[in-house]
Design a protein around this ligand. Structure first.
Ligand code: SAH
Length: 291
């Protein structure tokens, strides 16, 4: 199903104001809204609203009316996003990945499931996370190890991509998992994958850049947070991670290169975290911390 992105370019403060305005205006429609830094050098942001193709004209006009109330209304732009082509992006030919009890496989490898496996079916699509990347595998390993020792009551998967980690958590621990991504297409794929893997009722998906969505305040504190993003955003998010994690809760971070490890650990130690362990895989490290 094709989606239309309706977007506008803004400064940081304008973007914050636009987000608030649009969030309030379109809350009932449940349209995903995102804000991201489009041009870091010049501090320019893009505020985007995503609508189904058939609603796009109506939403475009309504956004126009809403922003016209501002002293300096931004120019509205729109683009049709590419449709998800599951066939062209299928995992055909990719081998399944085994980490602990988890088996991540495409639909063509269903027959490889063994008794006792926690099998997760993911087709390679427009969202990252088939288990083949060292960072995903590192997180799955850390999740498998952690669940042997403790049972968190809930979890957050920030930067969920295909939802592979959220599904692993929901399947293995039977706990509610909030799964968020800055990319609304990923969120859409994540919701679909969670449903296909029988954990649609446990995995709640939302589009959000970082912690920029009121759902976090509603669902916090989390006993466990996993975030496989990249070192720089992870360092920036350290204070908010501390704010959303239960005292004593665990944090699994990945997307970090070996040489970035010390800087990431330092920014979390600054926020009252204790470093628990680091595991390396294919040049990437997965770090486990505790608050
Ligand atoms: N969790 C999956 C996907 C990791 S890829 C796995 O482990 O395989 C990283 C994902 O984080 C991408 O889907 C990307 O869209 C998302 N992302 C990047 N920056 C983000 C941010 N600031 N807030 C939320 N999500 C972000």
């Amino acid at each position: 199903m094709a989606q239309t992105r309706i977007y506008m370019n803004a400064s940081k403060s304008e973007a914050d104001a636009l987000f608030k305005l649009l969030d309030a205006r379109f809350e009932e429609d449940g349209l995903p809204i995102s804000v991201f830094e489009a041009d870091e050098e010049n501090g320019r942001f893009e505020v985007s609203l995503y609508a189904e193709e058939e609603d796009a004209d109506r939403v475009f006009n309504e956004v126009g009316e809403a922003v016209a109330t501002l002293p300096d209304p931004p120019q509205l732009l729109r683009e049709v996003l590419p449709e998800i082509d599951w066939v062209a992006h299928s995992l055909e030919g990719l081998k399944p990945v085994r980490v602990g009890r988890f088996l991540i496989h495409g639909s063509h490898d269903r027959n490889l499931r063994r008794i006792g496996d926690l099998a997760i079916e993911i087709e390679a699509g427009l969202a990252f996370g088939t288990g083949h990347h060292g960072t995903t595998a590192g997180c799955l390993q850390a999740i498998a190890d952690l669940l042997k020792r403790e049972k968190p009551r809930n979890a957050l998967d920030l930067g969920t991509g295909s939802a592979v980690l959220a599904i692993a958590l929901a399947r293995a621990a039977r706990i509610p998992v909030l799964a968020t991504d800055i990319d609304p297409i990923a969120t859409q794929v994540a919701a679909e994958n969670a449903r296909l893997n029988g954990v649609g009722a446990l995995v709640e998906t939302h589009t959000a850049p970082g912690f920029h969505n009121r759902i976090f305040a509603e669902r916090k504190p989390f006993d466990l947070i996993v975030a496989n993003i990249l070192a720089r955003p992870l360092m920036r998010l350290a204070p908010q991670m501390a704010n959303h994690l239960t005292p004593g809760g665990a944090l699994i971070l990945s997307g970090i290169l070996e040489r970035q490890r010390d800087a990431v650990v330092a920014s979390y130690v600054n926020q009252g975290f204790r470093h628990f362990r680091t595991q390396a895989r294919e040049g990437w490290v997965t770090i486990v911390l505790r608050r």
